[in-house]
Design a protein around this ligand. Structure first.
Ligand SMILES: [Zn+2]
Length: 367
């Protein structure tokens, strides 16, 4: 950690964060380069949905459902607004909150749709989390890959033409250059642990040889459904308004302390932010809130309040539950906090690196 951090005059980013540069006016490069997001337009979305309906499969779309706000809103749009025949599933990562489970139950009842639970054996998944956390200082990558693989498997099995995702712009830029969703890197980490067999790894990965290029090609060929970030096509209501819609239409409940985290569906998220703060000097909340300041969704003062509240809640005592599940000691936490940045960086799959580079170039030319 640098001793003297300078924070941007407009947002919450400071120059100790990788890739953040302040200009002579004290404004960061992200604020300077900010362009308001323009929705692709609903008519484009309608075309995609129509094409999917014409395939006349059992389901038009698969919607991954976490019980959080964004995925429940996508489900609401898909079923209630666009009348799609939807299949939904939940990947139980072992850290689901009671709120999330309740929300899933009520939204599938409200929408009268089919739902699949996916859950790896608890001991297996906890062993994977523990090893990856102790050796690389992260666990979100394991969960992210678990969600993605079961999503692809279900889409393939039920031949859903679409997979509707609920990513939002406020979640962009998590500011770690570690490729935590890279399969080769994950394998390299897990192979360091003699207690984790190849069979266990393959059970978890489902598609043990998949990379970004083959996944892209399989999607083009129709083996996996086309991934559509539905919220990017629409002018979406503000966060609060979405909450109101969901309460009314989906019997949705929101914890009163939800200021703490956008992902109250996962009880391990505050813990992962705590670890990130230890390793990188800042949690992923900082870029998320900064995105929201730039888009005008909240003021800087409101964001600071949230951060101060975060800090208070982030006292170690709040993590007993997660630490017990993963069999971690205080000493383990200290050691994890000292894991250097970009650990296992050389293990990233070459095809994934190439794919990412090409995608960046294509993206740049589009805008
Ligand atoms: Zn800024």
């Amino acid at each position: 950690m640098k001793s003297e951090r300078k924070t941007c005059n407009k947002c919450l980013l400071d120059d100790s964060i990788e890739g953040v540069i302040l200009d002579s006016n004290g404004v960061c490069n992200y604020c300077n380069e900010y362009k308001p997001i323009v929705a692709y337009g609903e008519s484009q979305l309608l075309k995609i949905l129509q094409k999917a309906r014409k395939k006349k499969r059992i389901y038009d779309a698969l919607v991954p459902l976490s019980g959080g706000k964004d995925s429940t809103y996508v489900l609401y749009l898909a079923v209630k607004k666009y009348n799609l025949r939807v299949l939904t599933y939940t990947y139980d990562n072992g850290f689901m909150s009671d709120y999330a489970k309740q929300n899933i139950k009520s939204s599938i009842a409200k929408c009268k749709i089919d739902h699949i639970w996916v859950k790896h054996n608890e001991e297996l998944i906890h062993n994977l989390y523990r090893t990856v956390l102790k050796l690389s200082g992260e666990i979100c990558g394991v969960c992210g890959i678990g969600i993605e693989r079961s999503m692809l498997k279900i889409s393939e099995s039920y031949k859903t033409p679409l997979i509707l995702l609920g990513h939002t712009a406020s979640e962009q830029n998590s500011f770690t250059s570690e490729n935590i969703y890279d399969q080769d890197r994950l394998k390299a980490i897990l192979k360091k642990d003699k207690n984790i067999s190849n069979t266990m790894i393959n059970r978890f990965l489902i598609y043990p040889k998949l990379n970004f290029i083959s996944s892209y090609l399989y999607t083009k060929m129709g083996r996996f459904g086309k991934k559509v970030n539905i919220l990017y096509y629409l002018d979406n209501p503000a966060d609060k308004e979405i909450g109101e819609i969901l309460k009314k239409e989906m019997d949705w409940i929101e914890p009163s302390e939800s200021d703490y985290t956008r992902h109250f569906d996962c009880i391990a998220e505050p813990f992962t932010n705590f670890i990130r703060e230890k390793r990188f000097g800042s949690s992923r909340r900082l870029p998320q809130l900064s995105n929201m300041i730039r888009s005008g969704e909240i003021t800087k003062e409101e964001a600071i309040k949230i951060i101060l509240n975060d800090r208070e809640m982030m006292q170690k005592g709040n993590f007993d539950n997660v630490m017990k599940k993963l069999n971690l000691t205080e000493n383990d936490i200290e050691e994890i906090g000292n894991i250097p940045k970009n650990v296992f960086g050389d293990e990233t799959s070459l095809s994934n690196l190439i794919f990412e580079k090409v995608r960046k170039v294509v993206k740049k030319n589009k805008h």
